[in-house]
Ligand binder design. Structure first.
Ligand SMILES: Cc1cc2nc3c(=O)[nH]c(=O)nc-3n(C[C@H](O)[C@H](O)[C@H](O)COP(=O)(O)OP(=O)(O)OC[C@H]3O[C@@H](n4cnc5c(N)ncnc54)[C@H](O)[C@@H]3O)c2cc1C
Length: 440
């Protein structure tokens, strides 16, 4: 059980914190040498639960960890392709969209290319707590599952969002539920030739991908897709609306009134959530069409129903569905439930627990992603990828990674300059204001 002291600790080696690690190595090498990045998994990858063969990323490869901040970086996706000898083949494909699997491999390659930041795999952080000295916040302490403790002045949490499990399904044993974040890992553990009755909940991209994939993964299964929508819909791809994913739009979004932010998120919902890619929509519809054509009756869709209850009956899960058009209730029996239900809109449990131990209520962050902390602070905590409500719909995606890493790092450097100069900053102002204070 070791105690490790470090200036900056980043939790989670997903795209967010890898982009930060790259920014640290390029812009602040001294700080990079005093930084540790902890990842709970034994390897770095991307969306491990949904690495379905043939699945594509929905964002241009140019929106990698670094290019939009530093197009000359050695950590770019293009340099990855060059390094592994696939650059010409990728160019020849004529697409801006990489396969999900190659983006995952790019993240692995980036992690292995880091030379200053200390990446530690197989370290699950289980708790983050504040450290106070004479009433001033002076650091954070993070405990890992293997019993080690890391102490830092700067804590950056980029551990993704918590899976959303519909309330009625919380009553069902976890062995019978597979959320999309766990799909690949868990589906391969099942007996391949069992005639499972599978219910897929949801009609967005992840739900549709699981509905399609499970037919190959469990060839004897009969899947039923249950969803609230009138029907699976295409994702919104307007180039005009897509401009709201630009890094420069974060300032405008953040400065907007709360009702305006909510309205923008609502209008942009289908650019990222509940909409299918053209390829997935086509495959899904063709599968249903062929199933009807052949009269096989293996595939079933139950639209416009809410999951309103669930219980276990022996080895079965009994799901209660309510038709929202007329209130009619029916039950569906399943052996396995796949959840394409996305992520919780709440802050992750670890962040909420940290906020509670700081004696604070709702978690708030500045424009530069620094958690607002009441009272004097010589340390700071940053949150990546969980600020959609205040920073816009691009916050949980790849689009903003490079620019966000820069915003966040500049804030840390400015904050650090003030702390090292001996001036005690309050925790509320953003980096630009901290920098202005430093400049006098
Ligand atoms: C199926 C799917 C497809 C997607 N496709 C796209 C796409 O095409 N384009 C796009 O822009 N976005 C896409 N997204 C959105 C995606 O969330 C982001 O692209 C990106 O992965 C967010 O990065 P992140 O680092 O914030 O979080 P994550 O990718 O979730 O990474 C978090 C990391 O933290 C680790 N971790 C978690 N908890 C702990 C802990 N307690 N201790 C230590 N480590 C921990 C995890 O293992 C993980 O490695 C997709 C999401 C899904 C689910």
């Amino acid at each position: 059980m070791a105690i490790v002291d470090v200036e900056l600790l980043a939790v989670g080696a997903g795209p967010s914190n890898l982009a930060l690690a790259v920014a640290l190595e390029e812009l602040a090498p001294d700080l990079a040498r005093d930084s540790v990045l902890l990842e709970r998994d034994e390897r770095v990858t991307w969306q491990r639960g949904m690495l379905i063969p043939g699945a594509m990323s929905q964002v241009s490869f140019i929106k990698d960890l670094v290019t939009l901040r530093n197009p000359r970086s050695r950590f770019s996706f293009l340099n990855y392709l060059h390094d592994i000898g696939r650059l010409e083949q990728f160019v020849n494909m004529g697409s801006l969209l990489p396969y999900r699997a190659e983006l995952a491999d790019y993240l692995r390659w980036t992690a292995e290319s880091l030379s200053l930041v200390d990446l530690r795999l197989g370290r699950e952080c289980v708790e983050a707590t504040p450290v106070h000295t004479n009433g001033t916040l002076t650091g954070f302490q993070v405990r890992t599952a293997d019993g080690d403790t890391y102490r830092c002045r700067y804590l950056v949490i980029g551990a993704g969002r918590d899976a959303r499990i519909p309330e009625p399904l919380l009553a069902v044993a976890p062995e019978r539920l597979i959320h999309s974040t766990q799909y690949r890992q868990r589906i391969t553990e099942l007996k391949r030739d069992e005639p499972y009755r599978v219910v897929v909940v949801g009609s967005g991209q992840s739900a549709a991908e699981m509905f399609i994939a499970v037919q190959a993964d469990l060839p004897e299964c009969s899947p039923t897709m249950v969803y609230r929508a009138t029907g699976p819909a295409n994702g919104e791809t307007s180039k005009f609306i897509n401009e709201l994913y630009f890094a420069g739009y974060v300032d405008t979004f953040h400065a907007s009134r709360p009702e305006a932010r909510r309205q923008m998120l609502l209008e942009m919902h289908r650019t990222n959530y509940s909409g299918l890619s053209v390829g997935t929509m086509d495959t899904l519809y063709r599968q249903i069409y062929l199933d009807r054509l052949t009269g096989r009756g293996r595939l079933r869709l139950i639209p416009m129903h809410d999951v309103t209850g669930a219980r276990e009956d022996g080895d079965e899960v009994v799901i209660e569905l309510t038709d929202w058009r007329n209130g009619a209730v029916q039950e569906v029996r399943a052996d396995l439930v796949l959840l394409g239900t996305g992520y919780s809109s709440q802050m992750p449990a670890m962040v909420r627990a940290l906020s509670e131990s700081l004696g604070q209520g709702e978690v708030e962050v500045t424009r530069d992603y620094r958690m607002v902390i009441d009272g004097p602070a010589e340390a700071a905590c940053y949150l990546q990828g969980v600020n959609e409500a205040t920073h816009g719909i691009g916050d949980s995606l790849l689009s903003l990674l490079a620019a966000r890493a820069d915003d966040l790092l500049q804030d840390i450097l400015a904050h650090r300059a003030v702390v090292v100069a001996g001036t005690r900053p309050t925790s509320v102002p953003g980096a630009r204001r901290v920098a202005a204070a430093v400049a006098g």
